[in-house]
Design a protein around this ligand. Structure first.
Ligand code: SF4
Length: 284
């Protein structure tokens, strides 16, 4: 089970996304799936390149649209393990509506957001995750918008699995992704993945100083949604670990009529190639 391919990532040296890539590869191998059973669907941004760097099915989608593609794929072929990926600009700005609805819909896929609190690919503008007062070329006097709070947002939207990792702690991140893949339903994982080129505030050192591991909090119970929300608010979202998991979650697709039958991709359409091409023309 080798999830490495021979494509060399062109991320900047030190970018947090390298560790996310490695953690996905290790997690997939650890849970025992094969490369042909995994699909990585990405959006646009530096993070979007990840779908080309992993030996699996891959689809580099459009900005903010990784989730609709990933959900459609899972509905059509539930035998695939589907991981959608993106950055904070991708998932929390243009793709925010998809993020909220995918969370509440609870299709059995994993969504990993590489949160670097800035737009990296376009050379350093303020993102929805940048802190109030954050100075970039798009907010030279400091951002006057408060930042999106992804964990609180996911919990409010009815998430059945919420976790947060940090690129620097690849062991914990791998375990979180493994748990996300094995969760029955939508698993949402926000990852602090520093942009070493444009974000000189939220650096590896900054996160090491500010993050608290949920496993170090006495009596923390990730099955208690109220405790999860309260802890996240008290810590200003600066925690890592499994924040919340509903272990009785029933994925959306299992509630679909006809689910017990075979996946859509295995259904015999009973049409020949000419009829299929005619059908396709109707959608063009
Ligand atoms: Fe990573 Fe930032 Fe470089 Fe993009 S610009 S590859 S996010 S370090």
């Amino acid at each position: 089970k080798d999830f490495r391919n021979n494509v060399k990532p062109n991320w900047c040296p030190g970018c947090g996304d390298f560790s996310v890539q490695a953690a996905i590869q290790r997690a997939a191998a650890n849970v025992g799936i094969e490369p042909h059973e995994l699909a990585i669907i990405s959006g646009i941004g530096c993070s979007g390149r990840i779908s080309g760097y992993i030996n699996s099915y891959g689809f580099h989608g459009t900005h903010g649209r990784a989730l609709p593609i990933a959900q459609g794929l899972k509905i059509a072929n539930r035998n695939l393990h589907v991981i959608a990926t993106g950055g904070d600009g991708d998932g929390y700005a243009i793709g925010m509506a998809h993020t909220v609805h995918a969370i509440r819909r609870n299709i059995d896929i994993t969504y990993i957001v590489m949160d670097n609190q800035i737009y990296g690919l376009t050379k350093g503008q303020t993102s929805p995750r940048s802190a109030y007062g954050f100075v970039t070329k798009s907010t030279p006097n400091g951002s006057i918008e408060p930042s999106i709070k992804p964990l609180e947002l996911a919990l409010s939207a009815g998430a059945t699995f919420v976790a947060q990792g940090f690129s620097s702690d690849i062991k914990e991140l791998t375990a979180l992704i493994e748990a996300g893949i094995q969760h029955k339903g939508f698993s949402f994982i926000n990852v602090f993945s520093p942009c070493v080129t444009y974000n000189k505030v939220n650096t590896y050192e900054w996160f090491k100083e500010h993050l608290t591991k949920l496993s170090d909090i006495e009596h923390y119970d990730p099955q208690n949604r109220e405790m999860a929300m309260q802890t996240v608010m008290e810590k200003d979202g600066l925690v890592t670990g499994i924040v919340y998991q509903d272990t009785k979650s029933v994925p959306y697709e299992q509630q679909l009529e006809g689910f017990a039958e075979k996946p859509l991709v295995d259904v015999d359409l009973k049409i020949d190639e000419d009829q299929f091409n005619e059908l396709v023309k109707e959608f063009m």
